[in-house]
Ligand binder design. Sequence first.
Ligand code: SF4
Ligand code: SF4
Length: 178
Amino acid sequence: MLDPSTIVATPAPGRACGTCTLCCKVYDVPDVQSVSGEWCRHTRAGRGCGIHETRPNHCRAFFCLWMTEGWLGPEWKPEKAKMVLAMEPGSYHLAVQVDPGQANAWKRDPYYGQLKRWAAASIEKGRHVLVHVNRNTTVILPDRDVPLGEFAPGDRLVANPRMGPAGLTADVERVRAA
Ligand code: SF4
Ligand code: SF4
């Protein structure tokens, strides 16, 4: 699961969170004792943060991909899509953090088809599309989706590319922390 404190981003021109607050539900935010899957107690539905002036630094620094990438259409706004997109620093995996209240949102169109296309376009560079529902992770590959279960802190994703009948794919597994 993505740690939002690792992301420092700048909104694209014209983008604003508006009534969206989904990142205040889907991630752990230890500074305010907020755990993924539950709304941060400071969230004001449809209005934003109830402690806006004093919110933790990483709440200030974090913006999802819908905020930073102006080419993503309105259907990808997290409050509509029911998922928050972010790029994992370092690995550049695409982290899709789904609202656990609508855990199958990523399987709907047009989302699933686009996630598959991104998976196919990224695999050559060793980057993957990871769907997280809280800590449960599914890897979307061009030819199949692989549920890997719940990742504990320190667990790692290991992916070994291989050629399949339809082109490049990978064997993926979760490796437990030592
Ligand atoms: S999920 Fe994105 S659009 Fe929604 S409140 Fe967070 S940063 Fe803003
Ligand atoms: S402190 Fe504010 S910005 Fe940070 S998670 Fe809670 S409601 Fe969201």
